[in-house]
Design a protein around this ligand. Structure first.
Ligand SMILES: *Cc1c(COP(=O)(O)O)cnc(C)c1O
Length: 378
């Protein structure tokens, strides 16, 4: 079936006992067993498996063209679980413009456990050839990136990674594009990671993360780690994401439609020095973006000519765009990454321009959004 249909039905069936159309929220920690070692349908304990979480996990697997999915309490819990496949001395190559929290986990936390990281510009796969070492076990790719919306060619990166003798695992953080716009597993990635807090949940009311893959052995290893570490998503949160996903295609279409109108407005503004949107002609990887993604998405970044003060002024002057971290909800948000979401990259090579403003364009009426930006810029 097609994506829009899967988004509503995958992993979910009306309850066989009473016909309930929506997946019940199974608020239970444990399950009655029919005898010792005879749990019903494999359910023993909700850290290991819960029916509401399972419905979401199965839905995610289908949407990403995977074979299995795992849902976590946050995107960072999912990311951390992937990295726990490694051991002391292992090396990871990651994009040099990854999400600030991913950089913090890698650089500040996991280095202490003996993992080694190289941050490279993955928009040119040639840089990867240089960064890969005999110890490299994981290549961590984010595309488009947060907050600079840099686009990497997943298929080209996968070719480089696969031709390396020790065959590192290619992980793609697909949070910004969502499986509606881009399916990395179809392009050669081994694992997809999500912050479901963003577009998948879509209503700014839940925090969650996911890992999706095809390979059976990798799936078993990660399910083992999910249970062993325990950063699982609760049943209520799983329900909220399942519900959010049902409207993902219509939301993503509207996010992009509104974003295109805002891009057309911003490119005419003299106070804006640089505009960044994956489908805009000025974007350095616009051709790859147009080939790889269904539309340009709902995220826009721009750099104010007058730097940090001007960026702060705009972000504090909008009335409809809410000044807040996070993204991907139905409501429009604005933020200054250098002072907010990406503060942890300060002083590092991942530091972002202080004059950068990031918009998460919501699905309100575009005219209202444009009027708000116009008065804020003024
Ligand atoms: C938000 C985000 C994360 C982290 O997810 P949480 O749900 O906040 O833990 C990871 N990657 C990207 C691209 C994000 O935007």
């Amino acid at each position: 079936m097609k994506f829009e249909t899967l988004a509503i039905h995958a992993g979910q069936e009306p309850d066989p006992n009473n016909g309930a159309v929506m997946t019940p929220v199974y608020l239970t920690s444990t399950y009655k067993q029919d005898g010792i070692g005879k749990p019903r349908q494999g359910y023993e304990y909700s850290r290991t498996l819960n029916p509401t979480r399972k419905a979401l996990q199965d839905c995610l697997a289908e949407l990403e063209s995977g074979k299995w999915g795992l849902a976590f309490a946050s995107g960072m819990a999912a990311t951390d679980t992937v990295l726990r496949m490694l051991a002391q001395g292992d090396h990871v190559v990651a994009g040099n413009d990854v999400y600030g929290g991913t950089f913090r986990l890698f650089d500040k936390v996991l280095r202490r456990f003996g993992l080694d990281f190289t941050f490279a510009d993955t928009t040119d796969p040639e840089n990867l050839v240089e960064a890969l070492t005999p110890q490299t076990r994981i290549v961590w790719l984010e595309t488009p990136t947060n907050p600079l919306l840099a686009v990497s060619d997943i298929r080209a990166v996968a070719e480089v990674v696969k031709s390396h003798p020790n065959k590192p695992i290619l992980v793609v953080d697909n949070t910004f594009a969502t499986p509606y716009l881009q399916r990395p597993l179809e392009l050669g990635a081994d694992l997809v990671v999500h912050s479901m807090t963003k577009y998948l949940g879509g209503h700014s009311d839940v925090v969650g993360g996911a890992i999706v893959g095809k390979d059976k052995a990798l799936g078993e290893q990660l399910a083992y780690l999910q249970n062993a570490i325990g950063g699982v998503q609760g049943p209520m949160d799983s329900f909220l994401v399942l519900r959010g996903i049902k409207t993902l295609p219509v939301r993503m279409d509207r996010h992009a439609e509104n974003a295109e109108k805002i891009v057309a407005f911003l490119e005419k503004q003299k106070k804006v020095e640089r505009l960044i949107y994956p489908f805009h002609e000025s974007h350095p990887q616009v051709q790859i973006a147009r080939r790889q993604m269904g539309n340009g998405g709902g995220m826009i970044s721009f750099i104010m000519k007058d730097g940090r003060e001007a960026a702060v002024k705009v972000a504090e002057s909008t009335k409809l765009f809410t000044l807040a971290e996070s993204l991907g909800g139905v409501e429009s948000l604005i933020e200054v990454p250098a002072a907010m979401t990406h503060l942890s990259t300060q002083g590092s090579t991942l530091e972002v321009d202080p004059g950068l403003v990031r918009l998460s364009v919501g699905i309100e009426n575009a005219d209202d959004l444009l009027a708000d930006l116009e008065q804020a810029l003024r």
